[in-house]
Write a protein that binds this ligand. Structure first.
Ligand code: NAD
Length: 552
């Protein structure tokens, strides 16, 4: 155990025994030392054994192994977070590939769907539209004045699961957990928020256990003014906080980002974080193939927030590689729910217009593949199994190394599985998916599918913004994050099919990405702290360490 001044940060005054046992930020379970038990009145309140952190984690692992399914493991971990926060983060850091799928996708999807039923202690801040005009007060009710990161959703597009209303709170909670677990942003500086504006989910409206406003979703000008009040209240109450917009429907997500990105420190992870993740994966694919992004022709299935965000960042990178804006756009195609995005497509959204081509309408995705002859297909459609055998076989006829990225979450929404991609391409696919898939043995070779999940990016951008107290988050920062992430992929990773660094080393990757993004923040004049001589050491000094702290 180490002594740390952060201990003072957690405390305004000398804690009582009750504080130590029941404040999750202070609790150490049986790891309180003899002296601590003596000095803080804990004698008799704990069994005799004085445990090491490892013993405590061993017990947590035992409990987890006895749970019958991942949802029960999610509930257990959520309660551990409520009981002993440092133990929770030590456990997560001890094995990210094992615990991330439980605290985040795919399990968090099921946890949100059943949120009203599994609810124990509510986490985060619930901003109900019934309290419109009083959001300053609600934010001030949060116990910590030093909030630096807010992840906010209105619950309308939770993963690929649709409108889950207030039950979408699981997403900001999960995202901020990952900020701390793999990004090193201190958990006390993070605040999950839900804007409860009702829901159009009929099942929830009928469910007596639904814990939100039981009315149809508020839309239009009323919704916009509520978000405006929220953003202004954040500026007032937590002036140094960055706002991450999360899992809004694309009809609100894209305009919200446009409205606020140049006004306040904010970003939309579904748009910008996803984009950086996908571009990093494409950089890896380019290394495997031996070409550049500007040599590719990309076809998206889906034309929502994720697809448009990825397309815009690809466009930016292709221009850096020497193409004009129109040449770059000519290489990016989209196929939405009505078919290929061409002028005769009857359902084009405003955000798809830049990618609309003059070409015949193809209604079936496999026909679009045959027509466009893409080098890469990227799934952001929420339509499971839409990268079917015909699609992947067609991609494998067109390309020696077809790039197949089914990014939709959770697993049940994935456009194809890793096994399908490797099998139907005879082991030639370059594959990455939004939700994790186990390794696949095909033709005597072991393939390790990469997880193209924005968890590789947002915690790192978060750490950089946290360390520098940035005033803005820009697309250039996301491109820098993508480049740095891609540069951490080794030849050994590429050899087994991985276009992302392995998840077990994710903390190191995030810190390396954060350092490069922080350098850009300083270079572009967006930092609110003086530039240190050694930015690497500076960022590392801000990384949250969940080890137990010895009390004086
Ligand atoms: P969105 O609702 O904005 O977009 C979905 C798009 O799919 C829409 O354009 C819709 O028209 C289109 N679509 C629906 N049915 C279709 C069909 N039959 N054929 C073609 N297109 C169809 O959602 P989004 O934010 O873009 O997210 C899409 C998916 O990507 C979700 O499953 C989400 O979880 C996932 N996602 C993954 C990551 C990641 O890190 N891997 C990040 C963000 C989003």
């Amino acid at each position: 155990m180490r002594k740390n001044s952060a201990w003072r940060y957690a405390l305004d005054m000398r804690p009582s025994a009750f504080d130590l046992l029941f404040n999750p930020r202070l609790n150490k379970g049986l790891c309180f030392t003899e002296a601590e038990r003596e000095n803080y009145g804990l004698l008799g309140l704990l069994p005799d054994a004085i445990e090491t952190a490892e013993t405590l984690l061993q017990r947590a692992r035992l409990h987890l192994s006895q749970k019958p399914n991942d949802l029960e493991r999610y509930i257990y971990l959520s309660e551990l977070q409520d009981r002993n926060e440092r133990a929770f983060y030590q456990l997560l850091r001890s094995d990210p590939p094992q615990y991330m799928p439980i605290v985040y996708t795919p399990t968090v999807g099921e946890a949100c769907q059943k949120f009203g039923h599994i609810l124990r202690r509510p986490k985060g801040l619930y901003c109900s539209i019934r309290h419109r005009g009083r959001l300053d007060d609600l934010l001030r009710n949060w116990q910590n004045r030093e909030v630096r990161f807010i992840c906010v959703t209105d619950g309308e597009r939770i993963l690929g699961l649709g409108d889950l209303g207030v039950c979408g709170m699981g997403i900001p909670v999960g995202k901020l957990t990952l900020y701390a677990a793999v990004g090193g942003v201190p958990p006390e500086s993070c605040l999950p928020v839900i804007l409860d504006v009702g829901t159009d989910n009929q099942q929830f409206l009928m469910d007596p256990l639904y814990p939100g406003i039981r009315e149809p979703r508020v839309r239009g000008a009323d919704f916009d003014s509520f978000v405006e009040e929220f953003v202004q209240s954040v500026q007032k109450v937590f002036p140094q906080a960055a706002i991450q917009f999360e899992d809004f429907h694309n009809t609100t997500a894209i305009p919200l980002l446009a409205r606020y990105r140049d006004r306040v420190c904010c970003f939309n992870d579904d748009i910008q974080g996803t984009a950086a993740t996908a571009v990093a994966g494409l950089f890896g694919a380019c290394r495997m193939i031996g070409n550049r992004l500007c040599d590719h022709r990309l076809l998206f299935l889906g034309g929502g927030s994720a697809a448009v965000g990825i397309a815009e960042l690809i466009e930016l990178q292709m221009q850096r590689e020497g193409l004009s804006a129109s040449e770059a756009r000519a290489r990016i195609w989209m196929h939405n729910s009505s078919g290929l995005c061409v002028q005769s497509n009857p359902r084009l959204s405003a955000h798809q217009v830049p990618y609309v081509k003059e070409a015949p309408l193809q209604k079936d995705f496999a026909d679009s593949v045959a027509f466009v002859r893409p080098t890469a297909i990227i799934g952001a459609s929420t339509v499971p199994k839409s990268f079917n055998e015909r699609v992947i076989r067609a991609m494998s006829v067109i390309n020696e190394r077809p790039v197949i990225f089914p990014l939709s979450n959770p697993t049940s929404k994935s456009e194809c599985s890793a096994e399908e991609a490797y099998q139907w391409s005879d082991g030639r696919a370059i594959f990455a998916s939004g939700s994790p898939f186990p390794p696949v043995r095909f033709g005597g070779k072991l393939f390790v599918p990469g997880q193209g999940n924005n968890v590789y990016i947002f915690p790192a951008v978060g750490l950089a913004v946290f360390a520098t107290i940035a005033t803005r988050v820009t697309d250039a920062m996301f491109l820098k994050a993508a480049e740095t992430l891609a540069s951490r992929v080794t030849q050994g990773d590429l050899d087994v099919g991985l276009v992302y660094p392995p998840l077990r080393t994710i903390l190191e990757s995030e810190i390396a990405v954060a350092v490069e993004v922080a350098k850009l923040i300083f270079a572009e004049g967006f930092a609110r702290v003086a530039e240190p001589e050694d930015i690497d050491a500076f960022v590392r000094s801000k990384v949250y360490d969940p080890a137990f702290i010895e009390m004086a």
